[in-house]
Each structure stands twice: as structure tokens, then as C-alpha cells.
Design a protein around this ligand. Structure first.
Ligand code: ADP
Ligand code: MG
Length: 347
């Protein structure tokens, strides 16, 4: 029964011997540290050294002093090269047995942040949909009336004005349609995400020949299910912003990286998924302006005079339609957008 309990805990639990070799670890520890029990049993885990060996130091101290220790916000470097922030407690059970419990911090921080983000975006979406609807209805009437008027105008020169009414009404309708964004994935089929990225890459290189576009693809990534055209649009919207920001700021060696990875046991919103597809779009541009960070994904939020501010809001709705979301980390010199979507068959 204890074994079963341990196997179902969401806390990562490890049993180490006196030389910090792994005796046992539970599935949560396997998922968190991206290792498997079969592989690492009897060996020392490099990621448990901690950055600069500080974690290993605490573990050794607990054994020598035979005293439990808790450390907050320790940094572990995984074999994949990713760093994770964790709280951990080490309890010596005997001379050569240490119990280690690890609680990831990033994930907790991330989950609450994401839930707030999703809730806010839902509100904005409902508001802008309502508004868009109200704008669209009378537009049809205005356009129709202008066309009727045009037919009966005594002076043909006056048609210039009715044409302006029709054209402006059309322009407004397009804007509103774009603001509404796609409503549902039009097609749902297994798709090759690398084909999507290659398509985007070709377009980007044609538009910005001087930018270096680096590919860092995980070829073993399973095929997600989704709407190919919409996902091309989402990736393109994000990548174009990066190129525009680098161009406007005359970045000397502009570089865009397209990276794909599979993420295991990953939580999106409130739901935990076995496998998630991550597409990262990374640039070495100026970073997102500070005053835009909170509202980045809202419609009509733009840092550029001629921007519509719809690119990221549309990209985010597309990922929502695929049960996923977009995250962003940004600092001067490095901005990373991550498009995340679950890889299990979507219901
Ligand atoms: N990679 C990036 N680097 C710097 N700024 C960015 C980046 N991506 C987005 N932004 C900022 O976010 C704003 C909103 O982007 P978006 O929603 O596509 O609207 P638009 O491109 O029409 O302004 C941009 O105007 C820009 O200021
Ligand atoms: Mg844009």
C-alpha cells in the first residue's frame, strides 16, 4: 500500500544512499527530473548536484549532521539543459539512507499565472466579440444604403463619395472580422508541425533576407491534431513581430530561432497533460516594451504606430482553439514566445 501511495504522490520523492546514489524514486520524480528509475538506479544524478554543487552540499550536510534540511528556490539543471526552480526537503532515515522530497516552484508559479491569464483573456474576448457584433450589424445597412444611393445620384461625380462609404464600411468589416479571430478550428487533422514551421520559415526569409533563421527541431515529436492553416497564421504572427522589432531597432546580427520540444507531464491552465508540443520562437531583439507586458495578448495593444495590435490576440485565440496557450518571457536581447498544445487526441 505504501508503494502505491508513493507512486501516486504529485510530490517528487527520492531515496538516496549515503553516497547520494539513487535507490528509488517515484513517477513524479521521474517526470520532474526527466529520468527513469531503470536508468538511474544505483547511480548519482547529476542534476542533484544543483548549480555550483549547492544542492549536493545540503544533502551531504544532512547526512553528516543527521538532521533534516529544507531549502527554498534551489536551482537544478536537468540533463536537457533546462533549469528548474524547486523547494526541497532532505531527511536522513539512517546512516546511509536519505529521503528527498522535491516540490517544483516554477510550475506552481506558472499555473496560477496562467489561470489568471486565461480568465482575463476570456473576459476580453467576450467584450470584444460583443462590441464587434454591434459594429458589424449596422455596417451592412450603411453599405447597402450607399449602394442604393449611388444608383440614383443625379451627378455621376458624386459617386466618389458613395464609393468611399462602401470602401470604408468594408475596411471596418475586415477589421472587425480579424478582431473576432477564428471561431473554431476549420479542420482537425494530424499535422506535421515541422512542415508548419518550414512554411513560416520560407515566408520569413523571403520578407527579411538578412535575418538568420535557426532551426532546432525535435524530430521525434509526435504529430499534433489541429488546423494547419491556423497554426501557420499563429506562428507567423509571433515570428513577424520578432523580425519587425529587430528591424526597427537595427539589431546588428538579427537571429530568430524556431525550436520544437515534447514536454512530459505538463500543466496547461488547470489541466495536466501527459505530453505537450512546444514550439518556441526566440529572437535576440530589444524585448517587449515594459508598458505592454501585462496587456500584450489583448486586441488593439500595439507598440508600433502603424500596428493593429491584433497579431498576438489572434495567435492566442488560435492556440486556445487547440486547447493550448502562448506564453512569453522577454528581456532586452532575448524574447521567447512558447506555443503550447496538448499532444493527446483532442476530444
Ligand atoms: N518579439 C518581440 N520583440 C519586441 N516586441 C514585441 C515582440 N513581439 C511583440 N512585441 C510587441 O507587442 C506588440 C503587439 O504585437 P501584435 O499583437 O502582433 O500587434 P502589432 O504587431 O500589430 O503591433 C508589438 O507592437 C510589439 O511592440
Ligand atoms: Mg504583429
Amino acid at each position: 500500500m505504501y508503494q502505491r501511495l508513493l507512486e501516486h504522490l504529485t510530490t517528487a520523492v527520492l531515496l538516496l544512499d549515503g553516497t547520494l546514489r539513487v535507490r528509488w524514486l517515484n513517477p513524479s520524480a521521474e517526470a520532474l527530473l526527466a529520468v527513469s528509475l531503470g536508468r538511474v538506479q544505483g547511480s548519482r544524478l547529476e542534476c542533484l548536484e544543483g548549480v555550483d554543487g549547492e544542492v549536493a552540499e545540503v544533502l551531504t550536510k544532512a547526512r553528516v549532521e543527521f538532521h533534516p534540511f529544507t531549502q527554498r528556490e534551489a536551482l537544478l539543471r536537468l540533463a536537457s539543459g533546462d533549469n528548474i526552480t524547486v523547494d526541497f526537503t532532505v531527511t536522513p532515515l539512517s546512516d546511509d539512507e536519505l529521503l528527498l522530497e522535491i516540490e517544483p516552484r516554477d510550475r506552481l508559479l506558472r499555473i496560477s499565472r496562467e489561470e489568471a491569464l486565461i480568465a482575463r483573456q476570456e473576459t476580453i474576448k467576450v467584450l470584444s466579440r460583443g462590441l464587434a457584433h454591434e459594429v458589424k450589424n449596422p455596417l451592412g445597412g450603411i453599405r447597402g444604403a450607399a449602394q442604393l444611393l449611388e444608383r440614383d445620384l443625379p451627378d455621376p461625380q458624386l459617386t466618389e463619395f458613395t464609393r468611399i462609404i462602401v470602401e470604408e464600411a468594408d475596411r471596418l468589416r475586415d477589421l472587425v472580422d480579424r478582431m473576432l479571430g477564428p471561431n473554431q478550428p476549420e479542420r482537425h487533422a494530424p499535422l506535421n508541425i515541422h512542415k508548419v514551421l518550414e512554411r513560416v520559415r520560407t515566408l520569413l526569409i523571403a520578407e527579411h533576407p538578412h535575418v538568420e533563421v535557426v532551426r532546432d527541431y525535435d524530430p521525434s515529436l509526435p504529430e499534433p491534431v489541429g488546423d494547419e492553416a491556423q497554426l501557420i497564421q499563429a506562428v507567423l504572427n509571433v515570428a513577424r513581430n520578432a523580425l519587425e522589432a529587430m528591424e526597427e531597432n537595427d539589431i546588428p546580427e538579427p537571429r530568430l530561432t524556431l525550436r520544437t520540444r515534447a514536454k512530459r507531464q505538463f500543466t496547461l491552465g488547470a489541466e495536466r497533460h501527459r505530453l505537450v508540443c512546444e514550439v518556441a520562437i526566440i529572437d535576440n531583439g530589444p524585448g517587449i516594451p515594459e508598458h505592454l507586458r501585462e496587456t500584450l495578448f489583448y486586441p488593439m495593444v500595439s507598440g508600433r504606430a502603424e500596428g493593429s495590435g491584433l497579431g498576438l490576440s489572434i495567435a492566442q485565440s488560435i492556440l486556445h482553439l487547440h486547447q493550448g496557450l502562448i506564453e512569453c518571457d522577454s528581456a532586452p536581447g532575448r524574447t521567447e514566445f512558447r506555443l503550447l498544445m496538448p499532444l493527446e487526441a483532442v476530444s
